[in-house]
Design a protein. Structure first.
Length: 190
């Protein structure tokens, strides 16, 4: 059922190169893999540049406030989405950055320091080619956008009193291995 192919595809291309001006860009990143989890790290000259990335949204829409990417990289499981702002301002034309995946497959949550992302390739962990995509800065106007401190203003979490009487349910997704037949996923709830 799971597939861990060696190459990562972005918008239908293997390892694309996107030319960007020295500005801030918004990216909507969706993990469309059926089983692979990604831990994304942005590199320039082999060194992490995670400080250039600000997360502003998830599958649930805008975050209440902008968030820095975790120090090991942004983790996205299957079907998860992230809205990101990537700041390319301050980079000279010709600068290149590379987005790599440092998550082994199947993903067990083991840490992998972003500082080691250059050497993430590991065929034994089903990660022979960690390269995801590249960016090349081209001449253009330098634009750095200010990010508001509050993004989503239309949502407030419910109070504990409002949740006290809500029904609670446990849901489990179970993979069954069937002899001589394809494996099956079943959902059990209580």
């Amino acid at each position: 059922m799971e597939a861990f192919p060696p190459f990562t595809v972005v918008n239908g291309k293997v390892w694309p190169l996107l030319e960007v001006q020295p500005s801030t860009y918004r990216f909507r990143v969706l993990n469309g893999s059926n089983a692979r989890t990604y831990r994304l790290v942005l590199l320039r000259d082999g060194e992490p540049e995670l400080n250039r990335i600000t997360q502003i949204g998830t599958d649930h829409g805008l975050l209440r406030t902008p968030a820095r990417v975790p120090p090991d990289g942004l983790v996205l499981a299957s079907a998860e989405r992230a809205d990101l702002l990537v700041d390319f301002s301050g980079l000279e034309p010709g600068s290149e950055l590379t987005l790599v995946n440092t998550a082994a497959a199947p993903f067990d949550g083991a840490p992998f320091p972003a500082a080691n992302a250059r050497g993430a390739a590991d065929p034994g962990l089903m990660l022979p080619y960690p390269h995801v995509m590249s960016f090349r800065v081209v001449p253009g106007p330098v634009t750095r956008r200010a990010i508001p401190g509050e993004l989503a203003t239309d949502y407030r979490p419910p109070s504990p009193d409002a949740l006290a009487g809500a029904p609670r349910r446990t849901i489990a997704l179970i993979e069954r291995e069937l002899e001589g037949e394809p494996n099956m996923l079943t959902c059990a709830n209580s």
